[in-house]
Design a binder for this molecule. Structure first.
Ligand SMILES: N[C@@H](CCC[C@H](N)C(=O)O)C(=O)O
Length: 322
């Protein structure tokens, strides 16, 4: 089976984008899982944090399904949705469209650049819920806001929320990557507390409306950035920290930066996530799922936009002294 794909990223969170509107491959659920395991592998595969399947929708201009590198499907993917938004916006020649995701039809648009020369896409992150049942999380209370989870850490306090994939967020003085790795692994090996697993983020407040976020992603591990995690972290650091509602929060990550605007309307939170949707290259992969082998054609790189993105990356690194 020959599958054209685009290798793309949002803040260095990288994906293989497969357009099933252009080509109806008729993948089974098992094939989606197998493709993710085979192609996302960093050593033997193409290498990526996940696959974005772009499909037709009856409710919107397109539909996104996102599979993590371990073959599991996520309810939502913020960085991935920006890449899908860019793909569909360019394809349809419109600036504002809607994309169906597992839990909601979400508005996406091309907006003012958040960094010089970086085409910027805004995606709505919702529904948002602090109810522990929405993750799900087994906890003695309706919500778990700024609470200890002794199975994970004796010291830290976490806030649980779904956006709508499951997240826990802790605010720290400085991000200890080794600790995050260990806590992330523990949290995803704790079905009695998190039956469906959970994304774990450590947030450092750099100044008012500027934070640094690192995330251990369910189904992947430590990634350069996670869009839903940066959105969840912006909301938590608005409620528990110095950030403001309705104001762009600059979120620095290992792969760049995004802006998040947290809004509250009739008691309900939503977050606008704004950032890049950068294409790295396009190619075709010839996959034999029976033999679990594949071959990639010659790659056509998007050299200019990648060179431009390097400037944003360098700026973001300088913001955290890297
Ligand atoms: N990196 C994504 C989130 C991908 C899904 C996540 N690992 C999960 O299983 O919930 C993002 O940018 O939001």
């Amino acid at each position: 089976m020959k599958i054209p794909y685009i290798k793309c990223h949002g803040s260095g969170n990288d994906f293989i984008l497969i357009d099933e509107i252009e080509n109806d491959f008729g993948f089974s659920e098992k094939e989606r899982e197998e493709l993710s395991l085979l192609l996302c592998d960093r050593e033997k595969g193409i290498g990526s944090d996940g696959i974005l399947f772009v499909m037709p929708s009856e409710k919107a201009e397109g539909r996104m399904r996102m599979f993590n590198s371990d073959g599991t499907e996520a309810e939502m993917c913020g960085n991935g949705l920006r890449c899908v938004a860019r793909h569909m916006i360019e394809k349809l020649g419109k600036k504002e469209i809607a994309i169906e995701t597992e839990k909601a039809v979400l508005p996406v648009s091309q907006v003012e650049e958040i960094f010089p020369e970086i085409d910027t896409f805004s995606v709505m992150i919702e529904p948002v819920s602090f109810e522990v049942d929405s993750l799900p999380m087994n906890f003695a209370g309706k919500e778990a806001v700024d609470v200890k989870i002794p199975e994970l850490s004796e010291e830290r306090t976490f806030t649980a929320l779904s956006v709508p994939n499951p997240h826990i967020v802790t605010i720290v003085d400085s991000v200890d990557q080794e600790e995050l790795l260990s806590v992330g692994k523990k949290a995803n090996d704790l079905p009695e507390v998190f039956p469906n697993g959970v994304n774990v983020s450590y947030v450092q407040i750099l100044e008012e409306n500027k934070i640094f976020v690192r995330t251990f992603e369910r189904g992947v591990g430590l990634t350069n950035a996670c869009g839903t995690a940066m959105s969840a972290s912006s909301l938590v650091s608005t409620i528990l920290g110095p950030n403001d509602l309705g104001t762009p929060i600059v979120v620095i990550n290992k792969g760049g930066l995004v802006n998040c605007v947290v809004e509250k309307d009739n008691g309900r939170f939503s977050i606008q996530l704004r950032g890049n949707g950068t294409n790295v290259y396009q190619a075709e992969v010839d996959v034999d799922l029976g033999a679990l082998t594949f071959e990639v054609s010659e790659k056509q790189f998007f050299a200019e936009e990648n060179a431009t993105y390097e400037k944003l990356e360098a700026f973001a690194a300088s913001e955290i002294g890297g």
